[in-house]
Design a protein around this ligand. Structure first.
Ligand SMILES: [Mg+2]
Length: 438
């Protein structure tokens, strides 16, 4: 067990040494970055937000930019996506029109966003979060909640120390800084992470929640945007403290379900769980064509073959999906997704294909498509999948036939048995694009 002593003395964010007095600097490394809080070792909900994420990634990748004001933005929308802290000193803010930003900071370096790169970096950081707990709920590319309850035995450290180590690790391994908020609920953890950016680490405990919130503006509450804040203002409500004096009944009478939220959050009552992204939300297969295709006849064999792939994966993983999703991309890259929920989850190629077909039929309007995909979502284990259809005897027969085909394929390989839909019709039309399980 790491040395966890008096939470009033806390520990050093840099060298992690537990402190033994109320001194202002770490007695081991001299750093002033000490974490102290009466509930320091009891809180386990964290919110992590990368600091000026896009701009920081660009600065990391081009050291010449380091001390310069950098604005990520431009492009079609003509607004600031992210401004680095140097640019912020000059008054540049996110979502500001580009021309205004350049008025405020004419010597800024403007860089077009490279979303692919940021997404890649974001994924790496998220993976580091998952090393700490499976309960990671991403809010955006550079932001997530973590629930570290019950991880103390795994890490031999309480959540606050684990998160301090995490933020050091991101700096060391990714060359980027994050801000961390820790509390007993999501609402306050998120507020805390915003407190002393960049490289922040703030703690809001249960004891202080109500007092802490009292003088804050209502806009701090989730879901209170400009319009709703204006409504509240008309009713004379500006601070969260005012909400704390109001009862739930009248608040709900005035603002509906939002009234309940105002009542609860103003008092620091937030029982929402950290909801991790499920590992696999859907199973799908898609393919891009060599040449764009407009006709149903040409699309059908491809749909059939993809349905079989999806079905094969479902059967292998012993799962089934209840919603069939069809995906089409037109020549001008417009995406169409259509879905249909089935009465029961399925893992049968035949049902996936027939459902996909009925969705596809309606999309045939002369548009030339460059991509077709089919998949299922709403996944469950296969226990309830595909009950025998007592009404549609043909469907039952097809299910029996499919099981027989599966057995043959199991013995002789996937291409041993082709159905009439696909036989000899596909190879030349499709590129070899890897399929995805999302
Ligand atoms: Mg951020």
């Amino acid at each position: 067990m790491a040395p966890v002593n008096d939470p009033r003395f806390g520990f050093c964010r840099d060298c992690l040494a537990a402190q033994t007095s109320e001194g202002r600097r770490c007695h081991v490394c001299g750093s002033p970055r000490l974490l102290r809080h009466p509930e320091l070792y009891r809180l386990s909900i964290a919110h992590v937000d990368c600091d000026a994420f896009y701009a920081s990634v660009e600065k990391r990748d081009n050291p010449e930019l380091r001390n310069k004001p950098v604005i990520i933005g431009g492009g079609k929308r003509g607004v600031v996506s992210t401004a680095c802290y140097v640019a912020r000193i000059h008054g540049v803010k996110s979502a500001m029109p580009m021309f205004k930003a350049l008025e405020a900071c004419p010597h800024a370096v403007v860089i077009k966003p490279d979303m692919e790169k940021y997404a890649r970096v974001g994924r790496e950081i998220r993976q580091m979060m998952r090393d700490l707990t499976p309960l990671v709920e991403p809010l955006s590319i550079d932001e997530a909640f973590l629930d570290l309850s019950g991880t103390e035995r795994l890490h031999h450290d309480p959540p606050a120390r684990v998160m301090a180590q995490f933020s050091n690790r991101v700096e060391r391994e990714m060359g980027l800084s994050v801000s961390v908020g820790i509390s007993y609920c999501k609402f306050l953890a998120k507020i805390a992470s915003d407190f002393e950016k960049p490289r922040g680490f703030s703690i809001i405990g249960a004891e202080e929640a109500v007092t802490f919130l009292a003088d804050k503006p209502v806009t701090l509450i989730w879901g209170v945007g400009k319009a709703f804040a204006a409504t509240l203002e008309r009713d004379g409500i500006r601070t969260i403290g005012q909400l704390q004096t109001m009862e739930q009944g009248p608040l709900m009478a005035a603002y509906g379900t939002m009234g309940q939220r105002l009542y609860r959050l103003s008092r620091g009552l937030d029982t929402r769980r950290v909801e991790p992204e499920s590992e696999s939300k859907s199973v799908s297969a898609e393919t891009t064509f060599n040449e764009d295709i407009a006709s149903l006849d040409d699309l059908v064999p491809i749909l059939r073959s993809l349905s079989e792939k999806v079905s094969h994966r479902l059967k292998t993983a012993d799962i089934a999906g209840r919603t069939v999703v069809l995906k089409l991309k037109s020549r001008d890259f417009k995406l169409r997704t259509r879905n249909r929920q089935l009465a029961d989850p399925t893992q049968l190629a035949d049902r996936i294909f027939r459902t996909g077909f009925s969705l596809l039929e309606k999309e045939i309007d002369g548009t030339r498509f460059r991509l077709l995909g089919i998949g299922v979502s709403d996944l469950s284990d296969d226990g309830r999948a595909d009950p025998l259809d007592l009404v549609d005897v043909q469907a039952t027969k097809r299910a029996v036939a499919e099981t027989a085909i599966d057995k043959l394929r199991g013995k002789f390989g996937n291409h041993a048995v082709e159905t009439g839909y696909t036989f000899g019709k596909i190879q030349s039309r499709t590129k070899n694009v890897p399929d995805e399980i999302e």
